[in-house]
Every structure is written in C-alpha cells, then in structure tokens.
Ligand binder design. Structure first.
Ligand code: Z5A
Length: 212
C-alpha cells in the first residue's frame, strides 16, 4: 500500500501526544511502516525553529513572523522527512501540520487565511494529508489538562478567547474538508477516545486497501 499522510490536530491539552502513542501501537500491530513526527519541528533545524516559536520572551513576536517561521520549519520538514518518507512508500504520522496554521494564525491571530493558502501552495504544492483526526474538547478542559502537565509555553499563555477562536477554526476546517477530517470528542474517557480513533483508522485503512 502507498504511504499515507496522517495528521493529528486540536487545541491545547486535547490529548494528541497520548493518542499518538496509541496510533503508533495500532499501526505497528497492523504492520504499517511509518515515521512519527511533529510540527513545529521534525528535523534538527525545524526543532530549533520550534524552540524560537514556543519560548516565552519579552520581545513581541509579530503575527507575520510567527506565520513565516511556522512555514519555514514546515518547508524543511517536508524536504527532509515527510516527502522522502511518502516517496518511499512509508506512511507519515504527524502531530500537527498546516491545519494548525489556519487554526492558530488564521483564526486565533485573525490573520488573512488567503495569505496562509498562498504559503501553503508555495511550500507544499498540492500535498495535503490523507487523513486528519481533529481532537475536540471545550477549551477550559484542555487548558486545565495542559496546565496540570507542564509550565505554559508562549502559546499556552494566550487568553481563553484566543483558544476559542482556534477551536472554532478547527471545527470549520473539518466542516469544509469532510473527506479528509474526522472530529473526535476528546472530552470522553481515554478508552472511549481511543475506541473512536481505532474505528476511524479501521475504516480509513480498509477503504485504502480496497482502492489500491
Ligand atoms: N502551532 C501553530 O500556532 N501553528 C502551526 O502551524 C503549528 C503549531 C504546527 C505547539 O504545539 C504549539 O504550536 C501549539 C500550536 C502552535 N500551541 N500550543 N501550545 P504542540 O502540539 O507541541 O503543543 P500542545 O498543543 O500544547 O500539545 P501538547 O502539549 O503535546 O498537548 P496534547 O498532546 O494535546 O495533550 P497530552 O499531553 O496528550 O494530554 C494532556 C494531559 O491530558 C495529559 O496529562 C494526559 O494524560 C491527559 N489526557 C489526555 N487524554 C485524556 C482523556 N481522554 N481524559 C483525561 N485526561 C486525558
């Protein structure tokens, strides 16, 4: 089977890291060859860009600076990791991708989404994920989970209204891309969330093997 590009998205503390481990086990059991990676980051250079983006600092980071750094890291990540893997038939499991730029910079920072679409075209051409799981929870629950786990990074210091806009952005992306995106209710127990994820993966892989 051709390598598939699977992305996981959602607002803070939604459980991406926890559920990516579950997906890795599922893919291993199924015998799918894959690389697991993340954005921002995924290569040594892109991880340095991540550090620049997430470190809280006194200097205000401009919205355009933030957006361009996201896409600079993404260009490197695509060139070094994502495209070589997909070209060799290896699947890619990625913790966040360009939907996060639409959700956080487009909806959260209220930047012009047509500008993001231009950068997407320049950096990715026509490449889009084959499957995107959007984990969704009320922002208050996610922020509480995230705050119990670690000290806030630069994004986590934002106000609740920002994360509400991000969440609405993800729901809009899902509505506009139903063939690719599935929204999972991540406020359920971990067992229930993982049962929902497993059902989506089963369905996705059985359809993929039927069409190849
Ligand atoms: N960003 C952007 O602005 N634009 C872009 O284009 C991209 C990214 C690519 C870093 O992302 C930041 O970059 C991000 C958006 C921005 N903003 N922030 N912050 P990140 O993915 O590295 O950071 P994150 O969103 O904060 O992810 P995280 O810290 O890894 O959280 P998580 O993976 O979603 O959650 P978790 O660690 O798996 O779970 C949190 C806690 O909840 C943990 O204690 C779990 O045990 C618990 N948990 C998980 N699921 C459950 C359930 N179902 N019930 C109860 N408890 C649970």
């Amino acid at each position: 089977m051709q390598g598939k590009f699977i992305t996981i998205e959602g607002t803070e503390g939604v459980g991406k890291t926890t559920n990516i481990e579950f997906i890795q086990h599922w893919l291993n059991r199924r015998g799918v060859e894959f690389v697991s990676t993340r954005e921002p980051g995924g290569t040594p250079l892109a991880e340095q860009v991540r550090e620049l983006l997430l470190t809280p600092r006194e200097e205000k980071v401009g919205d355009s600076t933030e957006l361009l750094l996201m896409f600079a890291g993404r260009a490197q990540h695509l060139d070094q990791v994502i495209l070589p893997a997909l070209d060799s038939g290896t699947s890619v499991l990625c913790d966040r991708f360009t939907d996060a730029s639409y959700a956080y910079q487009g909806f959260g920072r209220e930047m012009d989404c047509s500008l993001i679409a231009k950068l997407e075209q320049i950096v990715q051409g026509d490449l889009r994920p084959d499957l995107t799981l959007i984990l969704d929870i009320p922002v208050e629950i996610g922020l509480k989970r995230a705050s119990e786990r670690s000290t806030p990074d630069r994004f986590e210091q934002e106000q609740i209204e920002f994360f509400d806009r991000v969440r609405q952005g993800y729901l809009k992306i899902a509505e506009e891309n139903p063939e690719r995106c599935t929204v999972i209710d991540a406020s359920q127990s971990l067992d229930q969330v993982q049962a929902s994820i497993e059902a989506v993966l089963e369905n996705f892989y059985s359809q993929a093997s039927a069409t190849e």
